[in-house]
Design a protein around this ligand. Structure first.
Ligand SMILES: Nc1ncnc2c1ncn2[C@@H]1O[C@H](COP(=O)(O)OP(=O)(O)OP(=O)(O)O)[C@@H](O)[C@H]1O
Length: 701
């Protein structure tokens, strides 16, 4: 079929579809605002249906697959959309939801006449694909029809055309869904079974974040009734990143999934017990150029306190605390009456053993109260009873005081107070390295905690109080190279069975002072049959030129990862520009103006330190350039032109990127600097320029 007849055919199907959607929308009826519960439930369902149809009305589907099931006559066209829909009269599927089993063929089929299969609930289904067609519909208008496979046709390399068209678009300030162009390797991850820890090492721009969000939408569809959005949670590195990704789930029809940072989650769990140290700026601590940069080793506080060895040390101490919690005392409400210690211990250790310590304490005090009432009721003389009641209650209060309130901070502080200093060889076995012991004691006296104290504090809280709410059905950890094994272990304890999507890139491990250095540090937490490891090597974000440039920095990152593979999307060459100090600002200004002219909607000027960025930002503002400065702790991402320190640019992407001052001092040949530069370069979609004054960085020579 030629292009024009294909277009006409699709236009006619689109008209018919829009007609059907409008008919169904008109049939929904008006909303119900009364008090009848059943009516309210029905109204919610109708409202969901309306929203689904309204979404379909704007863009009913994006793909068509003509599939002939084995044993059936002829191929049936399947139209694949963000939601599914049936024809009213016949209840036949009219649009297939992209998450449905049969839709997987659309993503995994890469051509050829060989039979294909997909996993349906009733078993494996085999058949043949006759046509795979991409359709671009915007606001009910059919814009493009691209056939990537026609059975019996010549099929010359068309399969990537639609993807390239999508990748070549300019981006606004939000991450988007990719349902129309999910690639086979991504589809495998999205549709992987739920009950396992999926660890994904993915090159920069390989779609990790995007894939994780699509996986949530898939799991909710596939495991309807078994898992709930409210019991899923996404951990991302900072609030601005959460803002940047916030559009994807609603677009996929998923609401109510909690999206948070580990810090926010842990602080909420701990209530108002803790305060983060006010000098807790990672920019100042780890990414400034002033002074000697601290070496990263096993004694680095984040690495030490994030380790499983430290968790075990805490566990041993908690066990000891718990075992010695109950005083070796009977309860004597008045002279001559005694509840023996053995009876109390029986309640506490045997009857209540399944509860966390805080609940055991509460139950025990309530039980002692009840016991006291019972004993008082056996006293006939009202005066004696009154006297004994008074004494008994006083003594009960005194007894309860011997069972201290269980506060994670107080316990944590006491562990460090009593903790012994250890030789380096004994770390985690017996004691704590001297310097960590001292600095933590000091913090605890000042009643402040640092980021690396949050996992142990949350762990103690969970051990003694339990989770305040239901356990998680699924946890996504994005930028997982930045988390510690202790953190992952903690989250695992918040589930009945491990169900994780853990994604990251070791080459972007710029927080190596607190994050993992190898994926085995996380996989070791799971049974081998509960854990799967995938690699995503293809990178979709940047042009061929940008990826090839960034790949040259990769060997300096000390990660032995293989280079990212570009999609064949060519753009401008990467430029490295030498400038005199005096011409720097005018040059940046011209660069921004040129980008605007080229229609780039987002541009980043990426500096090495917070201070570098502040200076450039202020100078640009003085020249009347419209820019925003991205700073630590920021919650919203506005798009447009941003000046951003490289350590905060991770996870984001921009049409054009200018890396400022890529010189010998700012980017040395050390792995930490190489990772920063790698992150910076891989933020660019279409245009990458690096500038320096003085001497250029050895990483780009
Ligand atoms: N299959 C795809 N089709 C179209 N675009 C895609 C596809 N996969 C990824 N992309 C695009 O590639 C870009 C990178 O995606 P994403 O941010 O999810 O990658 P990432 O692996 O998390 O990146 P990084 O580690 O560098 O932060 C996004 O613009 C995303 O829309």
């Amino acid at each position: 079929m030629d292009v024009q007849s294909a277009y006409r055919e699709e236009q006619s199907r689109l008209n018919e579809t829009l007609e059907e959607i409008r008919r169904q929308l008109a049939g929904i009826g008006s909303r119900y605002y009364g008090d009848d519960f059943v009516e309210q439930v029905l109204d919610t369902r109708r409202e969901e249906g309306r929203q689904r149809l309204e979404l379909l009305h704007a863009e009913p589907y994006f793909g068509r697959l003509d599939f002939q099931e084995e044993g059936k006559q002829g191929a049936a066209p399947l139209y694949i959309g963000k939601r599914g829909m049936e024809r009213t009269e016949t209840s036949e599927p009219y649009i297939v939801d992209w998450r449905a089993p049969v839709a997987s063929l659309f993503y995994t089929f890469t051509g050829g006449e060989a039979p294909v299969t997909y996993e349906a609930p009733e078993g494996e289904i085999q058949g043949e694909v006759h046509l795979k067609r991409n359709l671009s519909i915007r606001e009910q208008m059919l814009q493009r029809v691209v056939d990537s496979y026609v059975r019996g046709g010549d099929n010359l390399g068309l399969s990537d055309e639609f993807l390239l068209y999508r990748l070549g678009e300019k981006k606004d300030n939000r991450l988007r869904d990719i349902v129309s162009t999910i690639q086979a390797e991504q589809d495998r991850i999205i549709r992987a079974p739920r009950q396992m820890a999926l660890i994904i090492q993915g090159a920069a721009g390989s779609g990790k974040t995007t894939v994780a969000l699509h996986r949530l939408a898939y799991l909710l569809y596939q495991y309807q009734g078994q898992i709930r959005a409210e019991r899923m949670i996404i951990f991302a590195p900072n609030a601005m990143f959460l803002d940047y990704i916030s559009g994807v789930l609603p677009e996929l029809g998923v609401g109510n999934v909690r999206q948070t940072t580990f810090i926010d989650w842990a602080l909420e769990l701990l209530g108002d017990q803790v305060r983060l140290a006010s000098d807790e700026s990672e920019g100042r601590r780890w990414f400034s150029l002033a002074g000697v940069r601290p070496a990263i080793n096993a004694l680095t506080p984040g690495r030490f306190k994030g380790s499983i060895a430290f968790k075990l040390w805490i566990d041993r101490n908690l066990k000891h605390y718990e075992e010695n919690y109950l005083p070796n005392l009977g309860f004597e409400p008045w002279d001559g009456k005694m509840l023996p210690h053995e009876a109390i211990r029986e309640w506490f250790d045997v009857e209540y053993r399944h509860y966390p310590l805080a609940a055991r304490r509460e139950r025990l005090i309530a039980r002692l109260n009840r016991w006291l009432e019972m004993m008082l009721n056996t006293i006939a003389d009202p005066k004696v009873r009154k006297d004994r009641s008074k004494t008994g209650k006083q003594r009960l209060r005194a007894y309860a005081k011997k069972l201290p309130e269980i506060s994670a901070v107080a316990i944590y502080a006491s562990l460090f107070e009593r903790g012994k200093a250890a030789d380096a060889e004994q770390i985690g076995e017996e004691g704590i390295p001297q310097q960590i012991l001292e600095s933590t004691r000091k913090d605890m006296k000042m009643r402040v905690v640092r980021q690396e104290d949050l996992p142990p504090l949350a762990w103690i809280h969970l051990a003694f109080h339990g989770l305040d709410g239901p356990k998680f059905d699924h946890v996504v950890i994005d930028e997982a190279q930045d988390i510690s094994p202790f953190q992952a272990g903690l989250l695992k304890a918040c589930m009945n069975e491990p169900s994780f999507t853990i994604l990251g890139d070791l080459a972007q491990g710029i927080h190596a002072y607190r994050g993992i250095h190898r994926w085995e540090e996380l996989s070791a937490l799971f049974e081998p049959d509960q854990c799967a490891y995938h690699e995503l090597k293809q990178s979709y974000r940047s042009t061929l030129e940008i990826i090839e440039f960034a790949n040259k920095i990769l060997p300096y990152t000390d990660t032995s990862l293989s280079p990212a593979q570009p999609v064949f999307r060519s753009g401008e060459p990467v430029e490295v520009v030498y400038l005199q100090q005096a011409e720097r600002l005018s040059w940046i200004q011209d660069f921004l103006a040129a980008n605007r002219q080229k229609g780039m909607s987002t541009t980043a000027v990426i500096g090495r330190t917070d201070q570098d960025c502040k200076l450039v930002y202020e100078a640009l503002q003085q020249r009347g350039v419209e820019v925003s400065l991205i700073a630590e702790g920021q919650r919203a991402y506005r798009g447009g032109v941003s000046v951003v320190p490289v350590h905060l640019a991770k996870g984001l992407e921009f049409d054009a990127v200018l890396l400022l001052d890529v010189d010998r001092e700012r980017y040395t040949a050390a792995a930490q600097d190489a990772k920063l530069l790698y992150v910076g370069c891989t933020r660019a979609l279409h245009r990458l320029v690096l500038m320096y004054t003085g001497e250029e960085s050895p990483l780009i020579v």
